[in-house]
Design a protein around this ligand. Sequence first.
Ligand SMILES: [Zn+2]
Ligand SMILES: [Zn+2]
Length: 425
Amino acid sequence: MATAKSKKTALQSVKGMRDLLPKDQAIWEKIRKVTRDLGEDYNFMRIDTPLVESAALFERGVGESSDIVEKQMFSIKSKDDIALILRPEFTAPVVRAYIEHGMSHMSQPVKLYYIGSLYRYEQPQEGRYREFYQSGFEIIGGESDPLYDAQMIMLAYRFLEEMKIGKLMAQVNSIGCRQCRPLYRKKLVDYYKSKPACKTCKRRLLVNPLRVLDCKEKECDPIKKGAPAMIDSLCVLCRGHFKLVLEYLDEVKLPYMLNNSLVRGLDYYNRTVFEIFSGESDLALGGGGRYDHLVELLGGKPTPAVGFSIGLDRVVMMLDKQEPAPANRKEKRKVFFITIGDLAKKRALPLIESLRRAGVHVEEFMGKDSLRGQLAAADKKGAEIALIFGQMEAFEDSIIIRDLKTGAQETVLLIKMVESVKKKL
Ligand SMILES: [Zn+2]
Ligand SMILES: [Zn+2]
């Protein structure tokens, strides 16, 4: 037991988690607004799924050999014996909801969007947290139409454009299908066998060979560069699909480049995968791809799908670097309500309430400062009008309206207060 004398240390937020402070809220509100606006403009419907899901969902959906399932899941101790975790990504939960709520009976495709927090147990670094945020968009059902792939790349691009992030470039690749990928996988394994790749790569070759292309180790760089490219092993159908995706992107003049080593960390993708980058940074700001087998994998009927998400923490980080935080929304002219004395204070509350109900932006000060102190506070808050309610005014059912810019003031009856204040705003 701690001794009574031991000094209590202040508690801090958990490693990799942080507060979004009032000063950060303007940018986060902008992000929420862009998500909502694009969702509505492009006919997506909002969905929210729980923070907690069964571990099985991700073991089956994301793949047991993915980094997420191998070592990044935040598991929860539950009282019954079900393995629960804090969601590490959105696509599997959204697909679970699609199946669970019979959305395959709605008109297809079903277009869904979301925004929220995710949890991964990994080493925190710049732009990477253990609690992080994403906005995302998914098109589930309908045809495996390359038009949808192109639309999703465009929408991801548009999202970042709306956030005023410059020098955007999409990187795209096709990782083939169940027919052509095994052939490529074999080629890749054969190629890597004789190469001095790192330990992680050696292990990945056994469990999930495509992931060697994700390797960030310097020693593996030259090996990666010489590796066979998936794009040369695509079957006729995958080749045709990918060609159309690129043609659509050409059609809308979206800047993109092919990246042979882009595979994304998750097992469920097939055919098109993409990531979007900005200028100097080598961190992807968003990414996604086609996942035609996930619905089936999670117990639904075979259903094509494509989607992406945007890493919002990175977007915020980029904006902090690029330019000063965007200006707050245009503030309404502020009114500062000053009371002097106990009687006035007691009667002030309903008056302030009536102003707020009339749409007036009121700041109040309920401390014991002098009139002068309160006027100084009003000035600090950027108020343009002060309402002064003292003993005398309370007695006479009146209030003083002072223009803080000109110093001009008048006394009005309380019943005229709201109307008189509104005239001055
Ligand atoms: Zn194929
Ligand atoms: Zn490696």
